[in-house]
Each structure stands twice: as C-alpha cells, then as structure tokens.
Ligand binder design. Structure first.
Ligand code: ZN
Length: 431
C-alpha cells in the first residue's frame, strides 16, 4: 500500500506562492521533524549516524540531509534533486504606471517561460522577499512578504476589439501582460502606491525598504478535480510537487547507513546559472563539507562521488488526448500511469541504460508502475537539472518526473496517484 500525500501536497502548494515561500515551507517541515539548520558561513559540527540537517542558500534553495552511520566514501550519497522556482511575473523597480482616469498598473518582467494566456482575468496577488535597511550597507535584513488577498488582475482585451483572439494571438510581454493594481483619485497617493503597500503589510517605514524580489501569483487555491478526484489542479506543480516528494522522503526515509540529501535548487526555469542554481558548485561544496566534517579525506570525497546516485526529479509531459501528434508513438506517459523516466539520445537528460535500470528497479521494489518519456523526434524538448548538475559534480543519475499537462500554465494539471507513487519510490530509495 502506498501512502497518501495528496492533502500534504495541496497544503504545501497553497503555502508556497513563489520560490522563497516554497523554501520557507520546506524549512518549517524540516524544523518540525527535528532537522537542524546549518549556516554556510559557520563551521559545521556534524553527528554521523543520527544527524539531520539543512542549509538554505539565498532564501530560495534548500539542501536537507541525514548522515549515515557509515562514511560517505563507503556507501556513496543518495541524492534527490528538484527545483523551487516556477515561471511567473516579477515586479520591476519603479513599477507604478499611471494610466487614464486614476487607473494604476504595474510594470512587470516575465520570469522563465509561462503560458501567457493563462494569466489573464484571474485574481492575482504578490509574494516574495523585501530587503530592508540593516545595521550597515553590507547587512540588509530580509523579510518575506505575501499579500494574502487579490489585489491585481490582467484583464483581456474584449473580443470585440480583437476578433482574431481565438485564432492565435501574439502577445507582447511589455504591453499585453501588465496587471491593474488600483484606481486612485488622490494624486499624492500614486507615487508611493506599491512601496507604501509593502511598508504597510510589513509594518515598516517606506524609507527602510531598499529593494525587493516580488512575483505575482494566482490567488485561486490548489484543488483536486475529476469525477474521482484523480487530478491535481494547481500552480507550480512543476516543480514543487517533486520538491515536496523529495523533502518528504528525506524526513520519512529510514536508511540510517548511507547519507541522503534532498537538493532543491532555484532558477531552473532560467537555465540554472545562479549561485543557488544547479550550475553552481553549491551542492558539490555542501557534499565536500559534509565529507570533511565527518572525518573524510579529499580522496574519500572522490570515492563517495563515484559510489553515489542521484535522482533528478522534474515534471514530464503527460500525453494530451487532444494532441496525440505531438508525442512519440511508443513512449508517451499518461496521467496516473506512474513516475516517468526521461530519455534523450542527444543527452539532454542524464539518463542512460544503467541509471534507468536502477530507477526502474526502485519503482518495482516500491510496487509502483513506471513509464518512459522520449520526445517525438521532430519536437525539440526542454532541458532540466541532471546534466547541468553533472558539470559541477560527476555523479551518476537519472532524470525522472511525474507526468503533467499544461506545463508552465498558471495552473497545471497533475495526478494524485502519480504524486503518491513517486513519493513511495523516493521513500524506498531513502530507506
Ligand atoms: Zn521544472
């Protein structure tokens, strides 16, 4: 019997409107389960065999690990990787734009590759982090901000002004996609509208706000849909569902022999090229420090890497019943068919026959079905974390994910069964 984590996932998604809140949600889950937070800027005293720790980088990436009783050099490390970010709209500096008759709109910039159309006509709000004045210039203070009510909307242009709207309609990210914030009649209010709102929400002075990383999110809550509640309808399923499964596995996994780590990176949607992204040395450095703090030598580190295995978990495309021509004729995973192993001849995925065989066996041992994804040969696919990570750490691994529809829509569609199945496989890997 596989356990049901669907309610836990829905709660996690609802509490994680953007990458910073996703990491905060994971931090809370870890603290509630006896994990201790380590700081990258401090020395680490680690307890082999029983220690449970996590490290946060840039408030937007999180690495949670448990130490095995045996040295890393002997057992290798078990790694599950996922990402915290999702395509969205970021608020630009000097964002307030005054339009006709007191209508205020916000200037935004697109993050990653969202399906633009899906953001229209929805109650939206703002979440992210705000940077406040601290003791000195080099030590500002960070506060998370989530405005928990709908304050923005991107209204469609009426069909009467655009009769071709249903026939394919190119959208300008700068013109078509700016959200409306308010109608304001007092002139004085306009200039400070956004900063004043942030200050008010946080209970700080306007003059204390130095900067922010704020994103728009859809206020509608995640839910189950389908006659039998078989589908999950929510924003950010890619890749917070895999992050949730990875953190659940590091918390509930029972392997006390080998060191296990759930590595949740940021900025996958923009190519992973930041200090908290998979192309940075952050994971390699953490593993190196864990090895050193548990008495391992430099040579032990290389032995550990050679014996390690990584599951790189990012969502996959499910077969869309209305578009069969887009899919490979023999390898098109379906919603509810179980975890997906991703394969690409040109090595966009890190999967090879050896690593695929290992993941397949993990699925079989966990008692869940598995599927293969290969692109239709005339369709260029996306990329993901696995091979980007191997540029920093030459670890064996497999790219997997659960099948979803409407990837990068403001609301994606996944499967409750698949989430529970993937969590069961991760738990088995970590047990
Ligand atoms: Zn993804």
């Amino acid at each position: 019997m596989i356990k049901n984590y669907t309610d836990s996932l829905l709660q996690f998604l609802a509490g994680s409107p953007c990458n910073f809140f996703a990491v905060d949600s994971m931090r809370r889950m870890l603290l509630e389960n006896g994990f201790k937070e380590l700081c990258l800027a401090d020395d680490w005293q680690l307890a082999p065999g029983s220690g449970k720790y996590f490290v946060v980088k840039n408030d937007s990436a999180i690495f949670a690990f448990t130490l095995g009783s045996k040295p890393m050099a002997e057992t290798g490390v078990k790694v599950i990787a996922a990402h915290s970010d999702s395509p969205c709209f970021r608020i630009k500096p000097n964002a307030v734009i005054k339009a006709e008759n007191g209508i205020i709109k916000l200037n935004t910039e697109v993050y990653g590759g969202p399906i633009l159309y899906t953001w229209f006509d929805r109650p939206l709000s703002v979440a992210g982090r705000v940077i406040l004045r601290g003791a000195d210039a080099l030590h500002p203070v960070t506060k998370l901000l989530r405005i928990d009510r709908p304050i923005l909307v991107i209204p469609h242009l009426a069909i009467h002004f655009n009769r071709a709207v249903n026939e394919g309609n190119p959208l300008s990210k700068q013109k078509d996609m700016l959200p409306l914030l308010a109608r304001v009649t007092e002139c004085a209010e306009k200039d400070n509208l956004l900063i004043g709102l942030i200050a008010n929400e946080l209970g700080v002075q306007v003059s204390d706000i130095l900067d922010f990383d704020l994103m728009l999110y859809d206020c509608e809550r995640p839910c189950l849909v389908g006659l039998n509640n078989e589908f999950i309808s929510a924003g950010r399923i890619d890749d917070l569902s895999m992050a949730h499964a990875a953190i659940t596995a590091v918390i509930e996994g029972t392997d006390t022999t080998a060191t296990r780590i759930a590595a949740i990176f940021d900025n996958e949607e923009t190519g992973s090229g930041t200090k908290q992204g998979a192309a940075s040395p952050v994971l390699a450095n953490i593993l190196r420090r864990v090895n050193a703090a548990t008495g391992g030598s430099e040579s032990d580190f290389f032995k550990a890497i050679a014996r390690s295995f990584m599951v790189s978990a990012d969502n996959a495309h499910a077969f869309h019943p209305n578009y069969s021509e887009k899919y490979d004729p023999t390898n098109h995973p379906v919603l509810g068919g179980g975890p997906v192993i991703k394969i690409n001849a040109n090595c966009k995925y890190m999967t090879d026959a050896h690593s695929a065989a290992i993941f397949r066996s993990l699925c079989e041992e966990a008692g869940v079905p598995f599927q293969y994804f290969v692109n239709h040969s005339d369709v260029a696919g996306g990329s993901t974390l696995g091979n980007i990570l191997t540029s920093q750490i030459d670890i064996e691994g497999v790219d997997v994910g659960n099948p979803i529809l409407a990837m990068h829509s403001v609301r994606e569609l996944g499967s409750a069964f698949d989430h529970n199945a993937m969590t069961a496989v991760f738990l088995h890997f970590f047990s």
